[in-house]
Write a protein that binds this ligand. Structure first.
Ligand SMILES: Cc1cc2nc3c(=O)[nH]c(=O)nc-3n(C[C@H](O)[C@H](O)[C@H](O)COP(=O)(O)OP(=O)(O)OC[C@H]3O[C@@H](n4cnc5c(N)ncnc54)[C@H](O)[C@@H]3O)c2cc1C
Length: 401
């Protein structure tokens, strides 16, 4: 059996690894000319963590990850006004949480691919034609593939979704924020933000910085705007939105790279009534983006791709597998999409009153008993689905890459 995976991001690489280890022939087509090097820090826990463990990549993720002690909220003078200790989140999940840069997560997944997976960069999927017995996939350079299954793992602006399920506007739910991320080197800023995540204690726009071990600083920015349209000049937009934040913000903004070297997008969810049609299925942000407000997109990308591949490898037929994937995975996604709406106000207060409320709530976080409740409120329900699937799976030792 043969699968084509569109997108060598977190979800696509997971699906490719799991299916190839189950004996499928797999081709992964990635539009970008080379692996991504720019990115942002991801907090990684929940179903994706469980799937990473089942896939055998957890030790590598730990090696590439960062031990972050705290996320602090700093005012315009650089004074810390509130703090979240990472063990508040780690304790309720038994320490099963890690922080890792997105390109490093992808690196670990690429390294784990069996040698016979065809991984092509600079291969943009532009055409899909689903037939009775198989699906044909065309790329911009004219190469054609025929497969038993096409997995659309091509992100929130998915081409596969557009070609097979209809235009993006039908499925996208704009949440009222824009976000940006980039990395830069600055020997003055890096020591100030090393080993801790520093967030601005601000309303309407928030800047977050983390000092990487190679001397760079990873920046993540999010601001409220009712206009979903992306600005033509992103650096100028950041300057106008974040210019008044004080402390390290002026140095960060001065280092802002040009449009093509930074991540910039609207914050949105993808909500679809179905994730599959014929021989085509969507996974990760392409089918069910939960948004950065849920802080779980990468985890659900890996978790969903793992569940999908497990079903495809076990079921009597591909249609059966796709139906079971939807049935098992949809409740997990719906819970996280709903929790993202609830966390928007905590994430980025709209007014001074909300800011003060957040500071007070963060003090409550330290009270025993309340920490569990608040973590549940912010991140949704725990699920043991992946652990159950993994323990019921045949051993993969013989097929290890
Ligand atoms: C600022 C920020 C912070 C975040 N923090 C967290 C966090 O703390 N924890 C967490 O779990 N999640 C977090 N997320 C969410 C997480 O990064 C995403 O949910 C995750 O990357 C989605 O993975 P994916 O593989 O589905 O899609 P993507 O990572 O978007 O990968 C899609 C891939 O498909 C490729 N592609 C697109 N179109 C085509 C085409 N036509 N042909 C071939 N290839 C194509 C793209 O180039 C890309 O490589 C955050 C997101 C942002 C923006």
């Amino acid at each position: 059996m043969k699968a084509v995976v569109c997108g060598a991001g977190i979800a696509g690489l997971t699906a490719a690894q799991c299916l190839a280890r189950r004996g499928w022939e797999v081709a992964v087509l990635e539009r970008a000319p080379a692996p991504r090097t720019q990115g942002y820090m991801i907090d990684f826990m929940g179903p994706g963590y469980d799937a990473a463990e089942a896939m055998g990549i957890l030790p590598r993720l730990r090696e590439l990850g960062y031990a972050i002690d705290e996320a602090g909220y700093y005012d315009e003078t650089g004074r810390r006004r509130a703090v979240i200790r990472y063990d508040t989140f780690a304790k309720p999940v038994g320490g099963r949480l890690l922080s890792i840069m997105r390109p490093d997560l992808e690196l670990a997944l690429r390294e784990s691919l069996p040698g016979d997976v065809e991984l092509r960069f600079g291969a943009e999927v532009t055409a899909v034609s689903d037939g009775e017995r198989s699906v044909r996939v065309g790329t911009a350079d004219g190469t054609d593939y025929e497969a038993d299954l096409l997995i659309g793992a091509d992100g929130v602006h998915s081409t596969v979704r557009g070609l097979v399920f209809g235009p993006e506007r039908r499925y996208v739910k704009y949440l009222g924020f824009h976000t940006a991320a980039f990395t830069f080197a600055d020997p003055k800023v890096q020591p100030l933000v090393r080993d801790r995540f520093c967030l601005s204690d601000s309303t309407g726009a928030q800047l977050g910085c983390y000092g990487l071990r190679d001397g760079r600083v990873a920046v993540f920015a999010v601001h409220r705007t009712s206009n979903p349209r992306l600005p033509a000049d992103r650096a100028a937009a950041l300057q106008s939105e974040y210019g008044g934040l004080g402390w390290i913000a002026p140095r960060v903004l001065a280092a802002c790279p040009p449009n093509d070297e930074m991540y910039y997008d609207q914050v949105a969810q993808i909500v679809m009534p179905r994730w599959s049609s014929g021989h085509v299925v969507l996974v990760g942000d392409a089918g069910y983006a939960v948004s950065l407000l849920a802080g779980m997109g990468a985890s659900l990308g890996i978790g969903g791709a793992y569940v999908l591949a497990e079903q495809v490898a076990r079921a009597a037929s591909v249609p059966d597998a796709l139906a079971t994937y939807e049935r098992l995975w949809r409740p997990v996604v719906t819970d996280k999409q709903e929790s993202a709406h609830g966390s928007a106000r905590w994430f980025l207060p709209r007014s001074r009153a909300e800011l003060l409320l957040r500071r007070a709530a963060l003090r409550l976080f330290r009270l025993p008993g309340l920490d569990r409740y608040l973590v549940r409120l912010l991140s949704g329900k725990q699920t043991a689905l992946i652990q159950a699937l993994a323990s019921a799976s045949p051993s993969l030792d013989d097929h290890s890459p």
